[in-house]
Design a protein. Structure first.
Ligand code: UDP
Ligand code: MG
Length: 318
C-alpha cells in the first residue's frame, strides 16, 4: 500500500499494570527495534502507553521511561475511563501511518504485529487479530465469550469471531473510525462498520503473566451489554414480536371466554368481565410498547449520527 516504509504506532492501554510494565516495555521495544532493522517500519515508529487513571505506580513508570526514551509516548487520562476509552484516546494521539492496538498484559502475542504489518503492506487497511485457541482461558471465560459472539451474530451485529481489540488500522481506517461520534464505545463493532479491505492474523492467546485481569465479571457483563445495546435494536423488535404473539394468543382466549360465557352454564359470575379486559389490555399494552420501541430504535439510529459512508477509492480520467 505505502510506497515508503510506514511508521507504526503501537497503542497500549494500561490500568494498574505496574507488575506487567517492565516486561511489556522491554518486549515491545525490542520488537520495534527488530522490525526497524528488517526495514518493515520506519525509525520514527512509536509506542503509545495510555495510563487509564491507574492507582498504582503505572504512571510513574510510564512518565520516567518516556522521558528517557524517544520511542515511547506516555499519555495520562484524567481518571479511569475504561479500556475502550483509553484505547481510543491512545489511537487519537497517534500521527503514524499505521496503528496497532494491544493489551498491556501481552496475552495477545505481540510477535504477530509483524505479520499484521505484512498484511497491511499487501494492501489491507484493517488487520484483525483472531484468537485461534483459547486454551489458557478458563472454561467459563471461553464459553461466555464465544457464546457472546454467536448471540451478537443472531442479533444482526457484524463482529469478527474471536477478535477483540488486537488489530491494525491504516491511517485512513483510523480517520474514518474517528468520524464515529458515539460515547458508548464498542470499537470491535465500529471497525466492522468502517469497512475497507481487511484480513486476519490468527494467534493463540496466552495466559496473563503478571498482575490480574482488570476485567472482573461485573465489568465484563456491562461491556457485553454495551455491545448489544450500542449495535442492535433486536431487543426492541422482540417486544413487537412478543406483542403480536400475545395479541393472537389473547384473541383466541377471548373467543374461548366468550364461548364459555354465552354458550355454556359453566361461567362463574364475574369471570368473563375480569378476564376479557385483562387479556385485551395486556396484549394492547405490549403492542403499543413495541410500536414505541420501533420509533425509539429509529431515534437511536439517528442520534448516533454515524457516518453514512467512507469512500475507499475514486477512479477517474483527469
Ligand atoms: N484496561 C484499561 N482500563 C480499565 C481496564 C483495563 O485500560 O479500566 C486495560 C488493561 O490494562 C489491559 C487491557 O485493558 O491492557 C485489557 O485488560 P485485561 O487484560 O485485564 O482484560 P482480560 O484480558 O482479562 O479480558
Ligand atoms: Mg488480558
Amino acid at each position: 500500500m505505502a510506497s515508503h516504509t510506514p511508521s507504526l504506532a503501537v497503542v497500549i492501554p494500561c490500568y494498574n499494570e505496574e507488575e506487567m510494565l517492565p516486561k511489556t516495555l522491554a518486549t515491545m521495544l525490542s520488537l520495534r527495534e527488530g522490525m526497524i532493522s528488517r526495514g518493515k517500519i520506519s525509525a520514527d515508529s512509536k509506542i503509545y502507553l495510555v495510563d487509564d487513571g491507574s492507582k498504582d505506580r503505572t504512571w510513574e513508570i510510564l512518565a520516567r521511561e518516556a522521558t528517557a526514551n524517544s520511542a515511547l509516548v506516555a499519555v495520562k487520562l484524567s481518571r479511569n475511563k475504561g479500556h475502550q476509552n483509553a484505547l481510543y484516546a491512545g489511537l487519537c494521539a497517534t500521527t503514524e501511518d499505521i496503528t496497532v492496538s494491544i493489551d498491556a498484559d501481552l496475552q495477545d502475542d505481540p510477535k504477530n504485529i509483524e505479520a499484521m504489518v505484512d498484511e497491511y503492506l499487501k494492501g489491507n487497511d484493517v488487520v484483525y487479530g483472531v484468537r485461534s485457541a483459547r486454551n489458557t482461558d478458563t472454561f467459563f471465560k471461553r464459553f461466555t465469550a464465544e457464546g457472546y459472539y454467536h448471540l451478537m451474530k443472531k442479533m444482526g451485529v457484524d463482529l469478527v469471531f474471536n477478535h477483540a481489540d488486537f488489530r491494525l488500522l491504516s491511517r485512513r481506517a483510523l480517520e474514518s473510525l474517528k468520524e464515529y461520534d458515539e460515547s458508548n464505545l464498542f470499537l470491535r463493532g465500529i471497525v466492522r462498520e468502517v469497512g475497507y479491505p481487511s484480513s486476519v492474523v490468527e494467534y493463540e492467546r496466552q495466559a496473563r503473566e503478571a498482575g490480574e485481569s482488570k476485567y472482573p465479571l461485573k465489568k465484563m457483563l456491562s461491556f457485553a451489554w454495551k455491545g448489544i445495546t450500542a449495535f442492535s435494536t433486536a431487543p426492541l423488535r422482540m417486544i413487537t414480536v412478543l406483542g403480536l404473539v400475545s395479541g393472537f394468543a389473547s384473541f383466541s382466549l377471548i373467543a374461548w371466554v366468550l364461548a364459555i360465557r354465552f354458550f355454556t352454564d359453566n361461567a362463574t359470575p364475574g369471570w368473563a368481565s375480569v378476564l376479557l379486559p385483562l387479556l385485551f389490555i395486556g396484549s394492547v399494552q405490549l403492542l403499543c410498547l413495541g410500536v414505541i420501541g420501533e420509533y425509539l430504535s429509529k431515534i437511536y439510529e439517528e442520534v448516533k449520527r454515524r457516518p453514512k459512508f467512507h469512500i475507499s477509492e475514486i477512479v477517474k480520467k483527469d
